[in-house]
Design a protein around this ligand. Sequence first.
Ligand code: PDD
Length: 289
Amino acid sequence: MPRLAYVDGQILPLAEASVPVEDRGLQFADSVYEVCAILNGRLLDWPLHLARLGRNLGELSIAAPMADAALNLVARRLIAANRATEALLYIQVSRGTAKRDHGFPSARRPTLVMTVRPFDFAQRVGQQAKGVAVIGVADQRWARCDIKTTGLLANVLAKQEARDAGAFEAWLVRDDGAVTEGGSTNTWIVDAGGTIVTHPISPRILPGVMRAAVIEAALAAGMPLLERPFSLDEARGAAEAFITSTTVPVLPVVRIDGHAIGKDAPGSVAVKLAAAIWERIASQTGYRP
Ligand code: PDD
């Protein structure tokens, strides 16, 4: 697969793709992003990613780099140029390049960057069968975690802490004890009565596209679901736990801080939801792992 990137109107080899050093994304993390799954050469849940990108740009008063239809064309052209089948599309929009000054620059020309990189979705099948470990880490992020900005330092540190502990993900815990989400995933438990629980949509979490898909699948299957905060203690005692994201379509959690969850193996609710999400993926893209 060739590695081609899109930067500000041009498709060029990734190694040659760059933005100016005074790009505000680089200096201030004054930028938003999306990560979209490409399966069988097709974008999964593309309209939902486009809508979230548009909302996030609006929340930060960053001008849209182009109309959605044009963004759609660029994305598809880049996917085709990369001959991508199973891959991730990364989109980043910064407020643009200007002399370093915290306030917004008067000339507003946002910088649009897109990359495509191969991604092995099938690896998730084995992980889904075994489950993964997570650890609790203090949630040190700002007050607008609902906006998908590239200001990811707290997430980076939390994920590294998890990696150093041999865990797959960090579960972020606020001062009041609530588990908000993971370093790059949404977090879920299943209580003793079989109710699926996840943190409600709020400025404390990213409204994940996969989160919405899982809620839809759970409701369609008549599975009980509650959007409410839960603590790490409650999670440790839960019947099941799992995480979701574009790159992790339902991954059972079998250990939290070394404590076995449920039967120390993926639970039936997570397994059922994983199957429903693979079906959703197949119906949209034709991809089966
Ligand atoms: N992360 N929460 C956080 C903090 C995230 O960074 C992500 C996604 C999610 C899940 O969102 P979605 O289901 O839309 O992928 C939740 C992407 C994949 C990333 O940063 O790589």
